[in-house]
Design a protein around this ligand. Sequence first.
Ligand code: ACM
Length: 275
Amino acid sequence: MAIAKIGVVQFWPKLFEVEKNLRKALNLVKDFDGDFLIFPELSFTGYLFNSEKEIERVSRFNRMVERRWMEFSRDKKCTVIFGFPEKEKVNFFNSSMMIFPDGKKRIYRKTHLFFEEKKFFKPGNTGFFVEEFRGIKVGLAICFDWFFPESFRTLSLMGADLIAHSANLVMPYCQDSNVYASLQNRVYIATANRWGKDTNQGKELIFTGKSQITAPNGITLKKASERGDMLLEVEINTAFSKDKRINKFNDVFEDRKPKFYVNLFYKGKNGENGR
Ligand code: ACM
């Protein structure tokens, strides 16, 4: 059994103002003394891009941002997870980086792209994975991944105790849905969402805040308000996330009947990436 303290950061990064956003975030978490610190999707760049050129411009700060959180992770002896616009050759991915105190890092690339992200980012090719830190298995997911139950199910079947879900949510459904995703998978889900709005060249998006941590029994342990920068902190316990029993007779994993489920490689009517 392992117990850990996690911190979920709700934040309004101002579009394109990476250095200022980073300073603000560092100030918000300067007293954090827990084990996992989780930031929203595209944590320090803003979200509403209108061209690859704009993403290119903010991605030039990636190395500086990574260095700063590596120092933080080493000094505070905690694992830090944040979203960033990853550049690989000529392609961009909407990614999350997980940095461990010993300097090791892992990157997850968002599998399910939302709306106009499809114009500028490539769909993630890392797939889902879990890593262990202080006895806690943690898996990464990014925002719209929540809409596909396969995402959290896959991470849970891989043994995740905690899903670090970095988000820039614009629809109102995820926070409620994650209550049931936690329950159905007996897993902790920590959704670090942003709030506020991005405006760019006549377009506007408003983000929903209400960051939250849900527990394997479907209880919402902490929930932020719709507006405001804040740090939510909770303790999680693997005694609950490793126990997949619902009652004396039912177990969410043992009771699955995969032979009756549709082939997970079913590609839809247009084929994979048919659109
Ligand atoms: C989203 O995936 N950012 C809604």
